[in-house]
Design a binder for this molecule. Structure first.
Ligand code: SF4
Length: 202
């Protein structure tokens, strides 16, 4: 049987907008949750993305000058088995793992208890879980990195105290990259009105 692969929609070598410190960010392709108002609807289909073996992807992350890995999407737990292997190898290299999920922590625990492949493994290899679907009627203007107030910060391992530091001083950030062809890429979190204003200025 072939090794499960990760379907990568976007890879960012370093960013300060997807969790504390300088992090490598991986957006995975595919999300069945389909929250109304999701900023990444192009990541809903499972088709697309570039397939990476967990070992190659972990090696690429460990070659970056970052201090941690952020997994987001798309829905990381819908590729849990392969991402658990990536996360294990990245942690073994001394870096932290922050995983976003549109599933609640309770739902993930139930899935792990039911034996869903990889879910227990990805939870075990995650230091900080940010869990719950995006609710556009409950926008969060207080905490960094999250979109809505229902989303939970769950510290699963306390090896990295900075990961739990989302209170005053841990501000939302947005990163805008423009490549040589003029293509603009944005990551981080900003509500739609402020993002529109920023891009209009650009
Ligand atoms: S879980 Fe995340 S990627 Fe999936 S629809 Fe909701 S906000 Fe979008």
């Amino acid at each position: 049987m072939s090794e499960p692969a990760v379907s990568v929609a976007r890879y960012l070598a370093t960013t300060t907008a997807e969790g504390p410190g300088l992090r490598t960010a991986i957006w995975v392709q595919g999300c069945s949750i389909r929250c109304a108002g999701c900023f990444n609807p192009h990541l809903f289909p499972t088709e697309g993305g570039v397939r990476w073996s967990p070992a190659d992807l972990a090696a690429r992350v460990l070659a970056e000058p970052s201090t941690g890995l952020t997994l987001l999407g798309g829905e990381p737990f819908e590729q849990a088995e392969a991402l658990a292997e990536v996360a294990r190898q990245v942690r073994a290299g001394g870096r932290s793992v922050l995983t976003f999920s549109g599933f609640t922590h309770a739902a993930l625990r139930r899935a792990a208890a039911a034996g869903r492949p990889g879910v227990a493994g990805l939870l075990a290899a995650t230091d900080l879980l940010i869990a719950g679907p995006f609710r556009r009627d409950r926008l969060d203007h207080e905490r960094p990195w999250v979109g809505s107030t229902n989303q939970e910060f769950v510290v699963l391992d306390d090896r990295f105290p900075d990961l739990a530091d989302w209170r005053p001083g841990a501000l939302d950030r947005v990163q805008v990259d423009v490549d040589r062809a003029g293509t603009v890429s944005v990551n981080g979190w900003l509500d739609t009105d402020r993002l529109d204003a920023l891009l209009a200025d650009l």
